[in-house]
Design a protein around this ligand. Structure first.
Ligand code: CUA
Length: 315
């Protein structure tokens, strides 16, 4: 797929593109400013005292430390005030992030090794691309089908674990019409670094239109399949250039006789390809591990057809 872009135009924080981002950055800047100020408050006297009290002869002995109520009070009270202030500076964005507005538009997020899928209230399924309206709160209800992943959109300053067997939620409101990147930020296996998706923010009318029509631009099936191959991140396991990946290469696969782990063999026809997508570990090619996630229930028939058409075209 066209890889989602993360523009590194600054060594500081990325662009702040959600309504929440400003609050998060304020908290971060306060914590950073405190760290910098106290670094110098501690390090400058430390350096000074190292020189001033350097041992100069064997006659130098450490003086007895006397108790100072004043100093101890100062270095207890000031940090307590600073830490409490930082707590409240952090609590503000935390509360904003924790409670989604009541009228938020809901999208279901499914994580699996190694792709993100987004399901809309009207049944639209969008693999690898979260399309959202600009200026409207969006609530994500997230779950994983296998291991723990974590949904992270740097520009929105939102990050949340996505866990099998339970739902986690998160919300944001995008400020600009743009595209930005989703990263998985919980190590989830060999494809972790490839587990990317795109957030596409559309102006409200364009979003409504997209939701009605989806991405279906009446492409030929093989073209549609190629796009799905990218969106589902099939390529993180299945190369298309004949080299060996975590799974078999798809080049020239259609019509080939494949030897299976149980010693039997099978011709890679339409039915075999369909079964291998839906119930992925039913027939595993010899020499490969049965690690592919099953797509049954997550993929529409028309999408299976498109993927098969694409595989057939890879001769
Ligand atoms: Cu999914 Cu890392």
């Amino acid at each position: 797929m066209s890889a989602p872009k993360i523009e590194i135009d600054s060594l500081w924080l990325p662009k702040a593109s959600s309504t929440l981002a400003g609050q998060v950055d304020t908290a971060w800047n306060w914590a950073m400013a405190n760290a910098v100020v106290f670094f110098f408050i501690v390090m400058i006297p430390l350096g000074y005292f190292m020189v001033k009290y350097k041992k100069k002869s064997d006659a130098d002995v450490t003086s007895t430390l006397a108790h100072s109520t004043l100093i101890e009070t100062v270095w207890t009270v000031i940090p307590t005030v600073v830490v409490m202030a930082l707590f409240f500076v952090g609590l503000w964005p935390y509360l904003s992030a924790a409670v989604p507005p009541k009228d938020a538009f809901e999208v279901q997020v499914t994580a699996q090794k190694w792709a993100w899928t987004f399901t809309y209230p009207n049944g639209t399924v969008s693999p690898g691309k979260l399309v959202v309206p600009q200026g409207r709160p969006v609530k994500l209800v997230m779950s994983s089908t296998d291991v723990i992943h974590s949904f992270f959109v740097p520009e929105f300053r939102i990050k949340q674990d996505v866990v099998p067997g339970m739902y986690t939620t998160m919300w944001f409101e995008a400020k600009d019409v743009e595209e930005t990147a989703v990263l998985c930020t919980e190590y989830c296996g060999t494809g972790h670094s490839e587990m990317l998706a795109t957030v596409q923010v559309l102006a409200a009318p364009a979003f409504d239109q997209w939701l009605e029509a989806g991405d279906d631009k009446n492409l030929p099936p093989a073209e549609k399949g190629k796009a799905l191959y990218g969106q589902w991140a099939c390529g993180s396991c299945h190369p298309i250039d004949g080299t060996r990946g975590v799974g078999p290469s798809l080049k020239g696969l259609y019509g080939r006789n494949e030897e299976l782990t149980d010693g039997s063999s099978v011709k890679a026809d339409e039915n075999y390809l369909r079964e291998s997508i839906l119930v992925s570990t039913a027939k595993v090619v010899k020499g490969f591990a049965p690690v592919m996630p099953a797509f049954q229930g997550q993929i529409k028939d028309a999408q299976v057809d498109a993927l098969i058409a694409y595989i057939k075209a890879l001769q």
